[in-house]
Design a protein around this ligand. Sequence first.
Ligand code: PXP
Length: 250
Amino acid sequence: MILLGVNIDHCATLRQARYRDAAETHGGAVEPDPVAFALTAERAGADGITVHLREDRRHIQEQDVWRLRESIATRLNLEMACTPAMIAFALKLKPEYVCVVPEGRQEVTTEGGLDVVANRKRVADCIAAMTGAGIKTSLFIDPDAAQIELAAELGAPFVELHTGAYAHAYYTRKRAAEFKRLRVGAKRAHGLKLFVNAGHGINYVNIAEVRTLPHLHELNIGHSLVSRALFCGAAEAVREMKGKMNEAAK
Ligand code: PXP
């Protein structure tokens, strides 16, 4: 069984489009409420809830994260930049998982994997702080050998392979090469005893191929689920994705 982490950021994006100021103080009183989305997703089979508390707070707000911490029944996965402020926040929050991501203020969404090689010391300190607090760290990286090997060396228990380049190339000639990079990366990570997660740009079409990656533990999926939920509701969107993820295993 491949697990599904439901990323609810874009439910908050929709709320912020209308209630940017009110969301900070009124939380669940303004719509759509990302926490309600999370609870519906859990009832429909989500194995965990993922949020990215961005430095610019463009979608998820701190109050959302605290409400999730109190109310969800599965696992909380906090995506965060490797900064002292976010490390301090995570240590207070105590999510089950953190996923360390790169963050650029101007980007529309996370645009590439974390460069663990260039940020070795910062990432190592972050992993050590989380491990000391009983929080499991995942590093969101491109499926490159150097990044995977260093993730293992630094003692991260999980990597999340960035599937964005593959998803972007899906309708082009580069797709097979991108998929091969992911396959090779997943095997390498598994060989180094890392748990292999993957995410970014996964949708109801490319899932048929993504799910064939070897050693997959969990997929983190957001945008396509929230988009589909507009038409059929959050529960049906989650059920359909989980069904597609595990079709071969049925
Ligand atoms: N995993 C990580 C680390 C991400 O940053 C994101 C996007 O926030 C996702 C998964 C989910 O990507 P998408 O919204 O494209 O499904």
